[in-house]
Each structure stands twice: as C-alpha cells, then as structure tokens.
Design a protein around this ligand. Structure first.
Ligand code: 4NP
Length: 166
C-alpha cells in the first residue's frame, strides 16, 4: 500500500539544522494523530558536504527540549527525489529556487513549495531562516516556524489524501 502514502521531503541547505528538524516535527505530529502509516517523510540538503552527519548538536539540543529526538543522517537531494516524493518543502527562497532549477520536468517543478506558505501564526515571516550562524534564538525561532508550518501542512496533506481516495 506504499503508493497510498503521502510522501513529503523537507529540504534546506545542509540537511543538518532546519530540514531534519522539520522531518522530526512532522513524524511526531503524524504519530500523535495516529496516521504514521499514511505518510513517508524524509529530508535532504542541497549541499552534500554534511552527508552522513547527524543533525547539528545545537539543533538536536533545542529539539530535545521540545521532546524531539533527531536521528536523521544528512544526505544530498537527488533527481530521483522528484519521483519518490509528492511534495518537496523548501525552507527558504534560495532552497526553493535551486529545487525548481533541479526539477527534471514542469510537473516535478510544481511539487516544490515553500514552508512559509504554510505558516499560520507568523504572518510576517517569509522563510525559515538559516540558524547555522545564529545563537540559541535562531534555533528556537526555526523550530517555532517549523512547528507552525508542519501543523498546517499536516492538515492540508490529510485533506489531499482524503480527496485522492474519493
Ligand atoms: P541547514 O543549515 O541548511 O538548516 O542544515 C546549514 C547547515 C550547514 C551549512 C549551512 C546551513 N553549511 O554551510 O555548512
């Protein structure tokens, strides 16, 4: 039944801060809703220099304070991701533009969306800013935005799934 799953890929630059956090948040949300079986969730980075690494220790520490255990190993985005996922969620405009440019077909290009399009509680935010060179507040801000976006993305994904089975 794997073809019935809604497949979500979160993407940032390094795949060690924002996108593995988004993956962890989304996995927790679907588990809490009892719908884990309906989703396949992964994350990747446009830059491959951290491939194989666990998330940045600072992001793991801030995520842990919210009850999240981030264990994803970084990997680079690959062209097969456009076949393997239904939606590819970019953390910022640069990620978005680069993913669009990598998309093999116009149909694949339409799979690429911005996390900011799902924010409901942060009307003035237009991306999940890269916290890599920031202090603690940058990581907290990224997690606040990611939690907001993922809650709405889950609602919309559940609607897509229910429409696709009608
Ligand atoms: P991320 O943060 O894109 O949220 O994983 C970054 C991690 C590493 C680098 C840049 C951003 N880097 O240049 O190594």
């Amino acid at each position: 039944m794997s073809q019935m799953k809604y497949r979500i890929l979160f993407v940032c630059l390094g795949n060690i801060c924002r996108s593995p956090a988004a993956q962890g948040v989304m996995e927790t949300l679907v588990s809490e809703r009892g719908v884990s079986d309906l989703f396949q969730i992964d994350s990747a980075g446009l830059y491959g220099g951290h491939a194989g690494d666990l998330p940045d220790p600072r992001m793991r520490a801030h995520a842990r304070m919210r009850g999240l255990n981030l264990t994803h190993r970084s990997r680079q985005v690959r062209s097969s991701d456009f076949d393997d996922f239904d939606i590819i969620v970019a953390m910022d405009d640069s990620n978005f533009d680069r993913l669009k440019a990598l998309a093999p077909t116009p149909v694949d290009e339409r799979k690429v969306v911005k996390m900011a399009d799902y924010f409901t509680m942060h009307p003035y935010a237009d991306c999940v800013p890269d916290p890599y060179y920031d202090g603690a507040q940058g990581f907290e801000n990224a997690l606040d935005l990611i939690e907001d976006g993922c809650r709405n993305l889950l609602q919309k994904s559940l609607s897509s799934l229910s429409n696709s089975t009608k």
